[in-house]
Design a protein around this ligand. Structure first.
Ligand code: PEP
Ligand code: MN
Length: 340
């Protein structure tokens, strides 16, 4: 349930409502807005008597939150959330591009690719130091050495860095080095990892599980909020279907649905959806046309030698073209939204 305060409500009115919520044994989550404050009521089992709260001073309205996800829902928080990664904003009004190799392989490889993607227009550098590989015999990542290389990339290029935390054992280490922590598709419902992410002091990039519904994905984000971290960016990266023409099927319709249901930023990863380079640019254009807030793209200067996901990694010049094309699509839609 959401208690919406009057525009003119005073801080002491808000405090009194928070106290009344707590006195009933519920959890109160004040959400300051541009215009007025709303207070979320959580942990209630069953319906809450709204007339009691409507009678309190400064209360304008009491709105039931009908969705199972509460704090991440737009019902709960109508305004779009902007998440800052380092000093890079992600959310409405921005098109944020994250790019880099699938895996950090060496300092030279990472710095070479970082320089290319930065010049092409990327805002955030990506690269895996802990890699979730299907085969135990495949390259598993450079681990802490990879994280140190990411720091070097940040120092050299001034781009914030995002990298995956695969488990609770290594989460602290990843959190120490990264500007944003990625939770991969295979871990979207790893609830102990989500709880740890909820205690993190850094933003979380939550990829959609490859067989997860949108409700399950938003509930996973709710775990992170419930733990106290409200800096979450969602990432659609393709779901499992019966097709063979791509590695996964990019569910583009998820973007407008998530934007309607949630206030969180949602970006698209066309690389893991496609699994092959020739689909990445068209899918990126489409993602921006359906109003994704950003992209995460794999790029490699020598993809034939990449230690993972070479087949889907763009050459730097392709990435440059991608950036130009999606920027013009974004500008067209922004101009329309602004009534120009
Ligand atoms: C990745 O981005 O490096 C990755 C492994 O992606 P996903 O979890 O979507 O497969
Ligand atoms: Mn990859």
């Amino acid at each position: 349930m959401l208690i919406v305060m009057e525009h003119k409500a005073e801080p002491k009115d808000i405090d009194a409502v928070v106290a009344a919520i707590k006195a009933k044994g519920y959890l109160a989550r004040p959400i300051p807005g541009g215009d007025r404050t709303a207070i979320g009521v959580l942990h209630n089992k069953g319906a809450v008597d709204s007339s009691f709260f409507l009678g309190l001073k400064g209360v304008k309205d009491v709105i039931p939150v009908t969705r199972p996800y509460k704090q991440v829902s737009r019902e709960f928080h109508p305004e779009d959330t902007i998440v800052r990664v380092g000093d890079v904003p992600v959310g409405n009004g921005h098109l944020t591009i994250m790019a880099g190799p699938c895996a950090i392989e060496s300092e030279e490889q990472a710095l070479t690719i970082a320089e290319h993607v930065r010049r092409a227009g990327a805002h955030i550098f990506r690269g895996g130091a802990f890699k979730p590989r299907t085969s135990p015999y495949s390259f598993q990542g450079l681990e802490e050495e990879g994280l140190k290389i990411l720091v070097k990339v940040r120092e050299t290029t001034e781009m914030p860095v995002v990298t995956e935390a695969m488990d609770n054992e290594t989460f602290d280490m990843v959190e120490e080095y990264a500007d944003m922590i990625q939770i991969g598709t295979r871990n979207m419902q790893n609830f102990s990892l989500l709880k740890r992410a909820g205690r993190a002091g850094k933003p979380i990039l939550l990829k959609r599980g490859m067989a997860a519904t949108i409700d399950e994905w938003l509930m996973a984000a709710e775990y992170i909020f419930a733990g106290g971290n409200s800096e979450v960016i969602l990432c659609e990266r393709g779901i499992r279907t019966f097709v063979h023409h791509s590695r996964n099927t990019l569910d583009l319709s998820a973007v407008p649905v998530v934007r309607k249901e949630s206030h969180l930023p949602v970006i698209v990863d066309p690389s893991h959806a496609a699994g092959r380079r020739d689909q990445v640019i068209p899918l990126s254009r489409a993602a921006v046309a359906v109003s994704a807030h950003g992209l995460m793209v794999e790029v490699h200067h020598a993809p034939e030698q990449a230690m993972s996901d070479g087949a889907q990694s763009l050459y730097p010049e392709q990435f440059e073209r991608l950036c130009q094309q999606v920027r013009s699509i974004f500008d067209t839609f922004q101009a329309e939204e602004n009534g120009l």
